[in-house]
Design a protein around this ligand. Structure first.
Ligand SMILES: Cc1ncc(COP(=O)(O)O)c(C=O)c1O
Length: 369
């Protein structure tokens, strides 16, 4: 078993049993826990919403060039990254902090704004990291089913969480890859209880044409936006993200996890990625093309799925999804986990065209067995 998977799995088990301690649960830990067994080096791994293309050439060149300076903390490189993003988005640089991916600020935001008196309100199915962090703060976790169109049901979220500390909106949502209309997010922000925040996780926003909500932060609302370089930019293993919020909000979050220096490799790769105007449109196009080809194949072969705008989608297996996932693993294709509210669906990450062809062959074999 790869060292990483074993450690991740053990860490997840420990998190489940040690409610008083604060553990951060990450996507790779959840994927490894669902996987349960090692996979061969040549396996198709489409279970953790990673980007098979990896960092762009510009990002790779920037990392190679900075290596000789790796003996320096070089905090100014992080400042340059923040300035670059601030200028691109018209934000005040005080509103942006760089983080090692967006998992830490996600978990710490939940820790900062929830408590036994302040609940955590999230969509169901939804990304689990925040729910698990709420276990550490002793908060009530309120799971609100998505609407019929798989958007966040903001009105139901508001009525289910009059005591909310955090409303978590993941747009597009993980695991469904579906969007919540901007007007619904505006409604939530306008109608939420006074002391709560709206935590908008835009990990996958670049894979869609949907508007982001950075303007709500600029307008001084009680909104925290999370961004990551792990998805469209292909830097999951390099680790860079942003928390974007009013300084009084981000201060409350970051003081819970301590401040630290960023790896120089991550910040120069992130800056190079931001400066490449073709990167996001090109990768969005590649992901959408492979996703559509996969959807066409599934439709042609009589399988159903939830149409997605992102790099993952929910596939209807019409039998326990866990069984299909285990059978697919035997075919050397690692597909994603299930969610308790949708036990006959599995999450599939969109890989490369050739990975998805291997997925199709294995899925056909498993479903016809
Ligand atoms: C919705 C969502 N938010 C945040 C993350 C965290 O990613 P990272 O810590 O790599 O930035 C993930 C990872 O899969 C995710 O799916």
């Amino acid at each position: 078993m790869p060292r990483f998977s074993r450690r991740s799995f053990l860490h997840l088990s420990a998190a489940a049993s040690a409610a008083a301690a604060f553990h951060i649960t990450t996507e790779p830990m959840l994927a490894a826990a669902a996987r349960r067994r090692p996979h061969a080096p040549d396996a198709v791994v489409i279970d953790a919403n990673e980007n098979p293309l990896g960092p762009s050439q510009g990002a790779r060149d920037a990392m190679a060039a900075i290596l000789p300076k790796g003996g320096r903390y070089a905090d100014e490189l992080t400042d340059e990254l923040i300035q670059t993003f601030a200028q691109m988005e018209g934000l005040n640089s005080d509103y942006i902090h760089a983080t090692v991916g967006s998992t830490p600020p996600l978990a710490l935001s939940v820790l900062a704004f929830t408590s036994p008196q302040k609940s955590y309100v999230t969509a169901d199915p939804g990304f689990e990291t925040g729910m698990m962090a709420a276990g550490s703060s002793g908060a009530r976790v309120v799971k609100v089913p998505l609407t019929k169109t798989y958007a966040h049901d903001v009105k139901a979220m508001l009525s289910a969480g009059p005591d909310a500390g955090v409303f978590y909106i993941c747009n597009p949502n993980n695991p469904t890859g579906t969007l919540t209309p901007r007007s619904d997010i505006d409604y939530l922000v306008a109608n939420k209880p006074k002391d709560s925040i709206v935590l908008v996780d835009e990990a996958y926003i670049h894979l869609t044409e949907a508007p982001n909500v950075l303007d709500l932060v600029k307008a001084g609302k009680d909104v925290i936006v999370l961004r990551t370089f792990s998805k469209v930019y292909g830097m999951a293993g390099i680790r860079c993200g942003f928390i974007v919020a009013r300084p009084d909000l981000s201060e409350k979050v970051l003081q819970r996890g301590g401040y630290n220096f960023m790896p120089v490799t991550a910040v120069v790769a992130a800056a190079a990625s931001l400066k490449d105007p073709n990167l996001v449109p090109e990768r969005r196009r590649i992901n959408a093309t492979v996703r559509q080809q996969t959807f066409d194949w599934l439709t042609h072969n009589g399988y159903s799925f939830i149409p997605s705008e992102s790099n993952c989608f929910m596939l209807d297996t019409k039998r326990p999804g866990k069984d299909v996932r285990d059978a697919m693993a035997k075919e050397n294709v690692m597909i994603g986990r299930t969610w308790p509210i949708m036990p006959t669906y599995v999450r599939i990450t969109v890989g490369t065209q050739s990975e998805m062809e291997r997925f199709q062959a294995a899925f056909q074999k498993v479903m016809k067995a």
